[in-house]
Design a protein. Sequence first.
Length: 245
Amino acid sequence: MTLDTDKAGVPTGLADPPAGRPQAPAVTSRTPKSWWRRPWIIPLMAIVAIYLVYQVSPYVPESKAPVPPHDGFPAYYPLLVVHMVAGTLAIVAACFQVWPWLRKRHPAIHRASGRVYVLGAVVGGIIGLILVRFAPAVGQIGVSAATTLWIVFTVTAVVYARKRRYDLHRRFMLYSFAIIMNNIWGVLIVNVLMRMPFEVGFTYMLEAARWTGWIFNLILVQWWLYHTEGRDVGLPGRRAERVRA
């Protein structure tokens, strides 16, 4: 906002910036909403909790675990356990990472949960790529592509955070979040298709589960990034930057 120099009696040259000098983009400061005014955060955490109970419990103990044949690879189950633990840490930490109230009010917790998320994503993703060759051939390309992108997006987000490019850090962390939430879509798609009044082929079912969720999530995240471009997102301990084109 510039002063009305005619009424204030201030010389024009003191009120206006020198010609040719770029002005810093204005950043709108917003008061963080109360945690309960984010109606989506509690359902998100509830869905993640239900998914973890539903997905992880059948694999303990090992004698009852529905694992595919893995003859000649005795490390399969130990690696599977590490993969599940890392993935659980990542998906729980992701809920805290996308919680705006926590990010603005408690930046130290946001950064700590971010480190947990990155550790879970990198460890879980690498082990997932090792184990995917034992999964059914149908859908292997889809799950391999999603897992690879998950690792790449997460590491890229860390690199941009280190460079203090918090606009791009936010972008790639949201891409990473879109990938990890594909796991929930996969379980939902399979269960819905299995209960359809008509028969759905196993091939189509698995391919849909491996591709549909993360592609839809990435489209949704990209729309959200366009929708919030230039908004003060309250990055922890830093002044938010505008998203650069």
